[in-house]
Design a protein around this ligand. Structure first.
Ligand code: CO
Length: 270
């Protein structure tokens, strides 16, 4: 929940001077907790990305500084937004290699649970992997497919499943070990342990299966999909595009050329 105080978003930019002592403390507490959780659980690409983006426990990231680094690495940048972005705008930004991120931080009494994503999720959990070229290309490519179907609720729902089970809740196999790369897990202390355990189901990444799997936003996931590499994930975008085209043409409705101009909030941006 957003707090009423001096805004950390001013004229469409992060207002870093507005962060309070509590904000700095919350960042440190969350950072420390997740580093303890993720040391041997997160993808090595994510851990490397944390270093490349310059994130530390001591400092709430300055978007400008992060962007100076990211632009050099993959051409991506973070743009400050107020909250969840409507899906057409969301995909337009991604297609321009711009990642929308909120600037506010949760309060100290909300460390564990959030109703909507704050900056710790959007920045700590999402931004480091934007330094990985194959992952960065994947994200841009799925946004391009989404834009072809902007306003088509069914197609956007299918793409939101892909986004959900990869960008937010994806697992990767690295050196024979299961690791986390999905931001929804990386920013959750509880789910970062749970997802690798025996309770949830684990499937190999499969485009068709993911397109046919709905998801739940309010609880831990009951299933996760495992990729072998970000290069293979990027390569799967051809199949994602083809399968969605086929599924849409079979329905004979919502063809891309009939798309309406008012895409609604079907795709979660977290
Ligand atoms: Co997210």
């Amino acid at each position: 929940m957003k707090k009423s105080k001096i805004s950390t978003l001013k004229n469409g930019r992060q207002n870093h001077a507005a962060y309070t002592d509590e904000d700095h403390l919350v960042w440190r507490l969350l950072f420390d907790k997740q580093m303890e959780q993720l040391g041997n659980r997160a993808s090595l690409h994510f851990m490397e990305g944390l270093k490349k983006t310059g994130f530390t426990r001591e400092n709430i990231p300055h978007f400008e500084e992060v962007n100076r680094r990211l632009i050099k690495l993959t051409g991506w940048q973070v743009v400050a937004v107020e909250g969840i972005v409507e899906d057409r705008e969301f995909f337009e930004l991604l297609s321009e290699r711009k990642f929308p991120a909120t600037t506010w931080l949760r309060s100290q009494d909300q460390l564990e649970y959030l109703e909507e994503p704050d900056m710790f999720h959007d920045v700590f959990a999402h931004v480091p992997l934007l330094s990985n070229p194959a992952f960065a290309d994947f994200l841009q490519q799925i946004s391009r497919i989404a834009l072809r179907y902007a306003g088509n609720e069914e197609a956007i729902e299918l793409l939101s499943r892909v986004y959900w089970f990869t960008v937010e809740f994806g697992l990767i196999r690295e050196k024979g070990q299961l690791r986390i790369y999905g931001a929804g897990i990386l920013s959750s202390a509880g789910e970062s342990t749970y997802c690798l355990g025996l309770d949830p189901m684990h499937f190999e990444f499969g485009v068709e299966q993911i397109l046919n799997t709905g998801y739940c936003k309010s609880e831990f996931q009951d299933r996760y999909f495992i990729i072998d590499s970000f290069e293979k994930l990027f390569a799967s975008t051809a199949e994602i595009s083809e399968l969605i085209d086929t599924m849409m043409s079979k329905r004979k409705i919502f063809a891309p050329e009939e798309m309406s101009k008012n895409g609604q909030d079907l795709v979660p941006s977290w």
